[in-house]
Design a protein. Structure first.
Length: 149
């Protein structure tokens, strides 16, 4: 019996593949667990259509991420914090803090996409924003001493 796999099945195939299996294996194992459907002409066409729709959505999302990366690249985020005489911060600047500052500048970037070591000294630092394969932007982080009036 020919079936279209809806999920990866070990030692059988990957999602979307049309494979030949014995009737009992399909009826007793694959179908009840919703791992596959019979490879009728309708099911094969429906699966191909779903794959095309998913691919189109993926391309659109990647285009939006590329546009966001182009806008964010080279942006400067500045912080004014308290520091000791030796320019060490009382605390640190993390990817969460940078994410909030970018959000204030209307860039919606998750803290998990910002990569840097926690900043613990005053000065100019670099951080990377990674939004997938080959989509990397570099932002500047400026940490200055907070002055008291």
């Amino acid at each position: 019996m020919r079936v279209v796999l809806q999920k990866d099945v070990k030692d059988l195939g990957k999602v979307g593949e049309v494979v030949n299996v014995k009737n009992g294996f399909a009826r007793n194992f694959l179908f009840p667990r919703r791992l596959a459907v019979e490879a009728s002409e309708k099911n094969v066409k429906q699966w191909e259509h779903l794959q095309q729709v998913a691919e189109a959505k993926k391309k659109k999302a990647q285009g939006e991420r590329k546009e966001l990366i182009d806008k964010v690249n080279g942006q400067t985020v500045s912080f004014k914090v308290e520091a000791s005489e030796s320019d060490k911060l009382f605390g640190s600047i993390t990817n969460h803090d940078i994410s909030k500052k970018l959000e204030e500048q209307s860039f919606m970037i998750d803290k998990k996409d910002i990569h840097l070591e926690p900043i613990k000294v005053l000065g100019q630092h670099k951080a990377e924003v990674k939004l997938g394969e080959d989509l990397v932007a570099e932002i500047n982080v400026l940490v200055e001493r907070k002055t008291f009036a």
